[in-house]
Design a binder for this molecule. Structure first.
Ligand code: CAA
Length: 523
C-alpha cells in the first residue's frame, strides 16, 4: 500500500523551503518577471541549503531524499516561483540524474558532487529546430576524432542556457542508425567551440532563461561520452520520464497556489451583498478544481513512488502525472483570474503570472499530445504500429498441401466474394477431407454465398484455428479482427495486391477455384 500522508520530516522540509521562498524569492519575483533574469543568487542559496541535490546520496553531496519528497518540495517552491521550480527540476532530473544513473564512477565523482551541492548548475540539450516533439530527428553531429569528439550543430529553447555550467547534450554519432545512432555527451561551459544564442522572450516562467546552444567544431574529451555510443536516445527518454515528474510537481504548485489565493478571495469578496463563496456557480467550480488537483497529486505521488521502488519503466505513470497536473494548472489559473475579475487581470496580483507560467507545463518536457502518445502506447502497445507479416508466396497446390499436413483437423476453410456458390461447395468438400469448418466473410454472407453462422470478423465470430485458409477474401480490417489469432494464415486470391496477403504467412496468387479443384484432387 502506498501512504501519501506527509511524514514529520517532509512537513518540516516543506515548511523550511516555504520560509526560504517567502523571505528570499518572493521579493525578487516582480523584477525577475519584468526583466527575464535567471535567479542565480537564490538558486545558489538553494544549493547551499542542499536543495539542488535532493534525491542524490549524501556521499555525492546530495540530501539522500526519496523522489516522493523531491516532488513535494518542487511543488512547494513552484507555489511561490514556477521559474525556480523549473530551474531546480531541470538541474536535478535532466542533468544530474542522467550523469548519476548512466555515468562511469569517474564521471559521477567528477560531476555529481558539484551539481548536487549547487556549486555548478546543470542543463539538458535535446531540442533542435527540426527535433522538437520528434526528438529522434537529431541533426547535431558528433564525430569520433580519435582522441576527442567533434560536435557541430545547434540546440534551441534550452532552459538555463548560458547560466548552466554542465550540459547533457544529445548528438548523432551514426546517422544511418536512427535513434540508435544518437549518443549523449557531458559538455562543459567554456569548452572550445561551445557558445550560446540570445535569450528568448517568453510568455511565462520568465526567470528561467532559454537560449540556443551553438556547437562549432566543439571539442569534447573522449571520456565525456555519457553511457554507450548509440544509447543517447535512451538516456534522454528516461531522463525525461524523471523530468516529467518535476514538471508535474511544478504545475501542481502553480495550481495549488492559484486555488488557495482564490479561496481566500472568495471568502471575503462580497457582491450582491454576500461573499463569492456563497455563489454556487463559483463554489461548485472550486469543488471540481479541488477534486482534480487532488487526483492529479495522487497520480504524481504514485509515479514518484514507482521511481523510488526502482520500477523499470515509469514512462506511462509519469506521463499520466504530467498530463493531469499540467491540465489542472491551466484550468485552475484561468478560473482563478476569472473569479478575481478585474483584479485578476492586473499585475498588482500575481495571478496573471500564474496563468502565463502554467501554459508552458502543457508544452515542455513533452507536450500534452506527447503524453497522450505515451499513455495510449501503454494501452495499445508503444507506437501502436501496424505489424505487417512477411508473406511467403507459393507456386503450387502441392506446396499448399504440405502446409496442411500438421493441422490435425484444426482448420478453417473460409471464403469470400471472390468465390461462387460452387467454390463454397468445394470448401465444404475440403472440410470433409481435412476436418475443421467452413467460414465466410461478411460480404460472402450478404451475397448469399454462405449462411450467417459462418460469418467471421468484427460482425461475426472470432476463430483461432491452427490453419486459416482465406479463399477469395480481400482482407478488410473487420474480417481480420475475427481471425488474426489463427496459427498459420494462408491466403488464396486472384488479386496479388489484396490486403489479405499482408496478414498472411503464405499466399497463392491465382484462380481460387482452380487451386481448390487441384487440392481436392490431391488431398
Ligand atoms: N524509456 C526508455 N526507452 C524509451 C522510452 C522511454 N520512456 N521511450 C521510447 N523509448 C525507446 C523505445 O523503446 C524505442 O527503442 P528501440 O528503438 O530500441 O525499439 C526507441 O526509444 C524509440 O521509441 P519510439 O519509436 O516510441 O520513439 P519515437 O521516435 O516515436 O518518439 C516520443 C517517442 C515519445 C514522441 C519522444 O520522441 C518524445 O518524448 N518526444 C518529446 C520530446 C520531449 O519531451 N522534449 C522535451 C525537451 S527538454 C525540455 O523541454 C526541458 C525544458 O525546457 C525544461
Amino acid at each position: 500500500m502506498m501512504n501519501f500522508d506527509y511524514t514529520e520530516e517532509q512537513l518540516a522540509l516543506k515548511a523550511r523551503i516555504r520560509e526560504f521562498c517567502e523571505k528570499e524569492i518572493r521579493p525578487e519575483l516582480r523584477q525577475m518577471d519584468d526583466t527575464q533574469t535567471y535567479p542565480i543568487r537564490t538558486m545558489k542559496m538553494l544549493g547551499e541549503m542542499g536543495f539542488l541535490g535532493m534525491p542524490f546520496p549524501k556521499e555525492y553531496e546530495g540530501m539522500g531524499l526519496d523522489y516522493q519528497t523531491y516532488v513535494m518540495l518542487v511543488e512547494e517552491i513552484s507555489k511561490v516561483s514556477a521559474s525556480h521550480g523549473v530551474a531546480v527540476q531541470t538541474h536535478h532530473a535532466l542533468a544530474t540524474w542522467p550523469i548519476f544513473t548512466y555515468g562511469t564512477e569517474e564521471q559521477k565523482r567528477k560531476y555529481v558532487p558539484d551539481l548536487a551541492s549547487g556549486r555548478k548548475i546543470g542543463a539538458f540539450g535535446l531540442t533542435e529546430p527540426n527535433a522538437g516533439t520528434d526528438a529522434a530527428m537529431q541533426q547535431t553531429i558528433a564525430e569520433d576524432k580519435g582522441d576527442h569528439w567533434l560536435l557541430n550543430g545547434s540546440k534551441m529553447f534550452i532552459s538555463g542556457a548560458g547560466v548552466a555550467d554542465i550540459y547533457v547534450v544529445m548528438a548523432m554519432t551514426d546517422k544511418s542508425k536512427g535513434n540508435h545512432g544518437i549518443s549523449a555527451f557531458i559538455v562543459e561551459k567554456g569548452m572550445p567551440g561551445f557558445s550560446f544564442g540570445t535569450n528568448e522572450n517568453k510568455l511565462g516562467i520568465r526567470g528561467s532563461t532559454v537560449a540556443e546552444l551553438l556547437f562549432s567544431n566543439c571539442k569534447v574529451p573522449k571520456e565525456n561520452l555519457l553511457y554507450e555510443e548509440g544509447k543517447g536516445f535512451k538516456v534522454a527518454m528516461t531522463a525525461l520520464d524523471v523530468g516529467r515528474l518535476g514538471i508535474a510537481a511544478q504545475a501542481l504548485g502553480i495550481a495549488q497556489e492559484a486555488f488557495d489565493m482564490t479561496v481566500r478571495y472568495m471568502k471575503h469578496r462580497e457582491q450582491f451583498g454576500k461573499p463569492l463563496s456563497s455563489l454556487q456557480a463559483l463554489s461548485f467550480a472550486m469543488a471540481e478544481l479541488e477534486t482534480k488537483i487532488e487526483g492529479a497529486r495522487f497520480l504524481l505521488y504514485r509515479a514518484a513512488a514507482h521511481l523510488d521502488q526502482g520500477k523499470n519503466d515509469i514512462a506511462v505513470t509519469a506521463a499520466k502525472a504530467k498530463l493531469a497536473c499540467s491540465t489542472v494548472a491551466m484550468e485552475t489559473t484561468i478560473k482563478a483570474v476569472q473569479f478575481h475579475g478585474g483584479y485578476g487581470y492586473m499585475k498588482d496580483l500575481p495571478l496573471e503570472r500564474y496563468m502565463r507560467d502554467a501554459k508552458i507545463t502543457e508544452i515542455y518536457e513533452g507536450t500534452s499530445e506527447v503524453m497522450k502518445m505515451v499513455i495510449s502506447g501503454g494501452i495499445f502497445g508503444r507506437g501502436a504500429k501496424h505489424e505487417e507479416k512477411q508473406v511467403q508466396m507459393l507456386n503450387s497446390a502441392e506446396e499448399l498441401k504440405a502446409l496442411l499436413a500438421d493441422c490435425g483437423g484444426d482448420i478453417c476453410w473460409s471464403g469470400g466474394r471472390g468465390l461462387t456458390k460452387s467454390g463454397f461447395e468445394k470448401l465444404r468438400q475440403l472440410t470433409e477431407k481435412t476436418g475443421g469448418e467452413v467460414g465466410a466473410s461478411r460480404g460472402a454472407v450478404r451475397a448469399g454465398l454462405a449462411e450467417e453462422a459462418c460469418q467471421i470478423g468484427l460482425t461475426g465470430r472470432t476463430v483461432s484455428p491452427k490453419v486459416y485458409v482465406a479463399v477469395g477474401i480481400s482482407g478488410m480490417t473487420q474480417h481480420l479482427a475475427g481471425m488474426k489469432e489463427s496459427g498459420t494464415v494462408i491466403a488464396i486470391n486472384r488479386n496479388p495486391q489484396a490486403p489479405i496477403f499482408a496478414a498472411a504467412d503464405y499466399g497463392f496468387a491465382g484462380d481460387a477455384e482452380e487451386i481448390l479443384d487441384r487440392l481436392l484432387a490431391i488431398l
